[in-house]
Design a protein around this ligand. Structure first.
Ligand code: ADP
Ligand code: MG
Length: 311
């Protein structure tokens, strides 16, 4: 486990809860929000994009909220009438776990698509308890894929080819949960997508390494996938107690402008508990501050056009 992840966990467990959680976490407020969000699930249908939006959730830093963002945005959109596929491209398989994908030694996964040409349609599985949501899981085989891909033909575009062979017109969103590196798996995601969503954790080192990510995006854009854009930035694990968090948020907004979603995702214990129950926080505790924030972020995504900055 990377050092910063254990530090975050320590913060979650040891420190008094963030203002935003305290404020939201009275029993009556929670019951009210749960009732509202449950009602919302049945009443509100968000717009569906004209064409399937394929989004890579990328940041080469670990522990910034890529997987949490992928899983909860996907679940929120599916709960509001969109058809969504999550592709787990991280050998650690955290998105698969959070979406309740059972895996055994001989399970088929995205590895078999990338390395053995199996088809997405044969690998996608419905997510338990959430209609309109599917997942192509990752298994530990994927850890070897970075090396195995090197010797394959068109190694950067294996995922793109798999999407081309699959009828994506049936889907509204595909989210690709990237590993914490800029290797061949992440390059495959960037070649296969039209949009990159970057979660940024509101912490001291948040912007470190971002330059490298942006340079990689430019490289892929100029050589392999000219149509791809960074369309969305989401600020995650915002801790309302610290000035630092708001400084980081201001700095990110100063740099990326309208690409940054208005919704800030607060640090919320419920968000970090949900995966161990094989659930998104949207089903685990829909009234929690984290679930409400991810629902809002997903709504923003659904209502804004592809090139957020220009619209
Ligand atoms: P990444 O995929 O970028 O490595 P994760 O989504 O796995 O990051 O998040 C890293 C850790 O932080 C996980 O343990 C996750 O449960 C926790 N976490 C993510 N977002 C939040 C949040 N808003 N509040 C509290 N914990 C969070
Ligand atoms: Mg992850």
């Amino acid at each position: 486990m990377p050092a910063d992840v254990s530090r975050e966990t320590d913060v979650d467990l040891m420190a008094p809860k963030a203002d935003i959680d305290v404020e939201f976490d009275t029993p009556i407020a929670r019951a009210a929000r749960a009732a509202m969000s449950v009602r919302g699930v049945h009443e509100e249908v968000w717009p569906r994009p004209a064409e399937c939006r394929i989004m890579s959730v990328a940041n080469q830093k670990g522990g910034v909220g890529k997987t949490t963002t992928t899983v909860n945005l996907a679940a929120s959109l599916a709960m509001h009438g969109n058809r969504v596929l999550v592709v787990d491209l991280d050998p650690q398989g955290n998105a698969s776990t959070a979406l309740g994908m059972e895996r055994g030694a001989d399970s088929r996964s995205i590895y078999h698509c990338l390395v053995e040409d199996e088809e997405i349609r044969d690998l996608a599985r419905p997510v338990p308890d959430i209609d309109n949501l599917w997942c192509v899981p990752a298994t530990i085989d994927l850890a070897g894929a970075e090396i195995e891909l090197v010797s394959l033909v068109a190694r950067e575009s294996r995922l793109k080819r798999a999407f081309s062979a699959y009828d994506v017109s049936d889907l509204d969103y595909i989210f690709i949960d990237c590993p914490p590196s800029l290797g061949l798996l992440t390059v495959n995601a960037m070649v296969a997508c039209e949009e990159v969503l970057i979660p940024i954790q509101c912490e001291y080192y948040a912007l470190e390494g971002l330059g490298q990510l942006l340079r990689n995006v430019e490289l892929v854009k100029s050589h392999l996938n000219p149509g791809m854009e960074i369309s969305t930035i989401l600020l995650t694990m915002y801790d309302g107690r610290t000035r630092l968090a708001s400084q980081v948020a201001d700095e990110v907004r100063g740099h990326f402008g309208d690409l940054v979603l208005k919704t800030l995702v607060p640090r919320s214990v419920r968000v970090s508990e949900a995966p161990s129950y094989g659930q998104s926080v949207m089903t685990y505790d829909p009234g929690s501050s984290g679930a409400v924030a991810y629902m809002e972020a997903a709504r923003e995504l659904a209502y804004r056009a592809k090139t957020g900055a220009n619209n």
